[in-house]
Design a protein around this ligand. Structure first.
Ligand code: SF4
Length: 312
């Protein structure tokens, strides 16, 4: 079912959809409009830790576990079931490659067994709890996986904030987004928090006072990164997203029905670059020759570098 039909014909986009569209129109079309199954295997083991620790804290907030005794043990006891569920349900095209399963393994997921992941998640729970205590991230009106979808300019913009609340300390409206990354500086973008803030303002008529990424693998003070968003930033973003959607809808209208991929590529143009294509599951010779070629050239360069190093 297309996104358009799902939302009563109102053109829809999520934060990740917008990021994909801005980086490569063709990849956006393949994934979100064409629903083309990715031809390349996607090793998803590297994302299991982040998904699992996110679910642990989802239960923590949803069931208000901080009120209970033996909190750490309760949270640790959740982990085996959560990891087992994630490993049972890979998304289409995803596989889990364990350490030693051959080349092209996700470097973020070099676990040998499910037990390794369980221990990793359990081992980092105390760090997140320290950040929650240190920053007093407890409050009222708490919502987890808070659906903030809003209509703006005739388009539907989707987003689920991990946690929103009114803090007990200071009575601040905050939005938290949990990150499971091993590096604080990678794969995070303040725009994501601006996106949630924009939707929050649309729904509640007020901006959050503060927004933050919480890094579950880190202790305080670096386990959290606070941002403030301004009305001017959100106004600008609102304009930008309406422009993006207007552009996207126009492109869709130009695409003939049942167009083959070569025609799709003329309208939804590929944007090949090593950053965009390195982990793109569509970068094979028939689906995206442009991306395939970029990756082949990058591989050839690595081979030359390795051969030169061997000869020294
Ligand atoms: S391989 Fe590169 S150019 Fe092709 S769809 Fe993916 S990101 Fe776009």
């Amino acid at each position: 079912m297309s996104r358009l039909k799902k939302y009563d014909d109102t053109p829809y986009i999520s934060y990740s959809g917008r990021v994909t569209f801005l980086s490569c129109h063709y990849r956006y079309w393949l994934h979100y409009d064409g629903h083309v199954p990715p031809p390349l295997v996607d090793d998803a083991l590297g994302s299991v830790y982040g998904t699992a620790i996110g679910k642990v804290y989802e239960v923590f907030y949803r069931d208000e576990l901080w009120r209970q005794k033996g909190l750490l043990d309760r949270l640790k006891a959740l982990v085996p079931g959560i990891v087992e569920d994630i490993l049972k349900q890979p998304k289409p095209g995803q596989v889990f490659r364990w350490r030693g399963d051959g080349p092209d393994q996700n470097p973020m997921g070099l676990y040998a067994t499910p037990e390794d992941i369980i221990l990793d998640v359990q081992g980092s729970i105390p760090k997140g709890l320290m950040t929650i205590r240190d920053q007093r991230l407890i409050g009222s009106e708490t919502e987890v996986e808070h659906k903030l979808d809003s209509l703006i300019g005739g388009f539907l913009f989707g987003g689920r904030a991990d946690v929103t609340m009114l803090t007990s300390y200071g009575k601040l409206r905050i939005i938290l987004d949990g990150k499971g990354s091993r590096r604080r500086d990678k794969w995070v973008d303040k725009k994501q928090l601006e996106w949630y803030s924009m939707l929050y303002r649309e729904r509640f008529g007020i901006l959050p006072d503060r927004v933050a990424f919480v890094y579950w693998k880190f202790e305080p003070p670096v386990g959290i990164q606070w941002f403030e968003v301004t009305a001017a930033e959100i106004d600008e973003l609102k304009q930008e997203v309406v422009q993006t959607m207007t552009h996207l809808v126009k492109m869709r209208s130009e695409l003939p029905p049942k167009a083959g991929l070569p025609v799709v590529r003329e309208i939804f143009k590929p944007n090949p670059s090593s950053d965009n294509c390195r982990f793109c599951p569509y970068a094979d010779d028939s689906t995206c020759p442009e991306g395939f070629s970029v990756n082949e050239k990058a591989k050839a360069k690595v081979t030359v570098r390795e051969n030169t190093a061997d000869q020294r």
